[in-house]
Write a protein that binds this ligand. Structure first.
Ligand code: GDG
Length: 459
């Protein structure tokens, strides 16, 4: 069996359960073959030389973890700049938040080149290489230019935007052409595949040369949707463990007179958190029976605090939550509990299970794993209802959720009310179907399907 090499911007120690489903799933695959995991160390070196970074290697079981430091200049241009201030906003359709500072692209290329240079001597002839996410789009092209002939696959965790939005990025053609250095490009949804295909047909005169294979820019690539899943068994075990049970019982006792609505997200503008607060406000306004009876818990874990758009979002959210609590709150009832901290992973399933409604309402999202975690955490005998944005990749699979348009405040409020009033048999029937689909397409299915397609790509 070939050795697996995983490359992602950040690494997690695959042996630690706190790392979450993706790290566990990748760790499992790496352990099977005795693999290598390569990426940024997370360390920023002040005053270092651009394009140079020290490499550190250590073992975690059968897996070698190799990480490279970044100097301040590289970090600011590659990570904060091009990755998180150009690619992240544009790929989430937020041209208004993009910062097309011309100096970022050089740092992005420099770091990808450095990663390729550092990685190359670590590679073996029969390795299979799996590159993850938007930080590393040109990595295969850099590796190929240095003579690398191994099979290389790429998975994009975030959405692929429609061609005209993509075209707002000054280097769009270079980025898309870079993807043709891979043997396989995996995307989250069929909508993403359609956007990719349309772009390369329009801009690269692509031809279809077989099932899911496109030829453009003088190369051929296979493009396919692999909707990422969660580790259902791991999450179920977590849900049954004492910490989750205790969290569930505490919350249930504390809110015994209330129906709970729950949102858990990284504090990110793609997640539609302010829109959700506005919909909740509308719910209290239009359906006054929920006053003094519904409580919305919003966990927004800190994320990328040093990017400007994120501090603006935090302020906006604090203002919105404050005004709902000020306008509707009572001495013994706070309508919104907003927590800007990370909750321990072992408590997440208990929180989900205690909530009658799970609110997952991103404005755009590659997949959204919280939607799947919420469903898996439910009691099948008395499950809560998932209210899910139609703009999350997960909406292509989770059709039995109540699908909403988060920009439509009134419609979202109506759907939340529908969720709160849904009779038990309907909740059970929807939950059962959702559960079956989430179980069938779990993270292990995703990993195996991707790696099998990569093995076969081009055969
Ligand atoms: C990207 C794409 C795609 C959240 N808050 C806390 C916490 N979380 C956990 C959730 C979930 C994970 O973080 C978030 O996953 P998402 O899928 O929702 O979102 P992104 O971080 O934006 O991930 C996304 C994903 O990649 C995978 O391909 O689905 O579309 O944007 O597991 O539970 N965990 C803990 N405390 C928190 O406060 N412990």
């Amino acid at each position: 069996m070939s050795r697996l090499v995983v490359i992602s911007n950040r690494l997690a120690d695959p042996r630690k359960p706190a790392a979450g489903g993706l790290a566990v799933a990748l760790g499992e695959a790496l352990n099977q073959t005795g693999g290598l995991w390569f990426g940024w160390s997370g360390t920023v070196v002040e005053g270092g030389t651009p394009g140079e970074g020290e490499m550190h290697t250590r073992s975690a079981g059968a897996v070698t973890l190799a990480t490279v430091d970044l100097c301040r200049e590289d970090h600011d241009a590659y990570y904060q700049g091009y990755s998180n201030s150009v690619l992240w906003p544009v790929f989430h359709y937020r041209l208004d938040l993009a910062d097309f500072n011309a100096s970022y692209i050089a740092g992005y290329r420099r770091v990808n080149q450095m990663f390729a240079r550092k990685l190359l001597p670590l590679l073996r002839d029969d390795d299979v290489i799996w590159v993850h996410d938007y930080h590393l789009i040109p990595l295969a092209a850099e590796l190929r230019a240095m003579g690398c002939c191994q099979r290389i696959g790429f998975f994009l965790h975030i959405p692929m935007p429609p061609p005209l939005i993509m075209a707002a990025i000054p280097q769009h053609e270079w980025l898309m052409r870079s993807l043709f250095a891979y043997d396989l490009v995996g995307l989250q949804s069929e909508a993403d595949v359609a956007h990719f295909t349309r772009y390369v047909r329009n801009e690269g005169s692509a031809e279809e040369v077989g099932a899911q294979r496109l030829r453009a820019f003088g190369a051929t690539v296979q493009v396919q949707a692999f909707p990422i899943g969660i580790d259902v068994d791991e999450f179920t075990r977590l849900a049954q463990a004492p910490d989750a049970v205790e969290t569930y019982e505490n919350i249930r006792d504390e809110y015994s007179r209330r129906r709970l609505l729950l949102g858990i997200d990284r504090l990110d503008y793609s997640k539609g958190i302010p829109h959700r607060v506005r919909a909740y406000r509308e719910l209290l306004d239009r359906y006054p029976e929920n006053r003094n009876s519904a409580t919305m818990i919003m966990i927004a874990s800190p994320s990328r605090d040093d990017v400007h758009a994120y501090s603006d979002l935090r302020q906006e959210l604090e203002g919105l939550c404050g005004s709902v609590n000020g306008d509707y709150g009572e001495l013994d009832w706070m309508p919104v509990r907003y927590i800007h901290r990370t909750v321990a992973r072992k408590r997440v399933p208990g929180l989900c299970r205690a909530a009658a409604v799970g609110l997952v309402t991103p404005l755009r999202d590659g997949m959204n794993l919280v939607a799947k975690e919420y469903v898996v955490a439910q009691d099948p005998e008395d499950p809560g209802v998932l209210v899910l944005s139609r703009f999350a990749g997960a909406a292509e699979q989770l059709k039995e959720a109540l699908l909403v348009n988060p920009y439509d405040t009134q419609g979202t409020a109506d759907s939340i009310q529908h969720a709160l009033q849904m009779p038990l048999p309907e909740r059970q029937a929807r939950h059962q179907k959702l559960m079956a689909r989430i179980r069938e397409h779990d993270v292990h299915w995703w990993r195996k399907a991707f790696l099998q397609a990569l093995q076969e790509a081009g055969d």
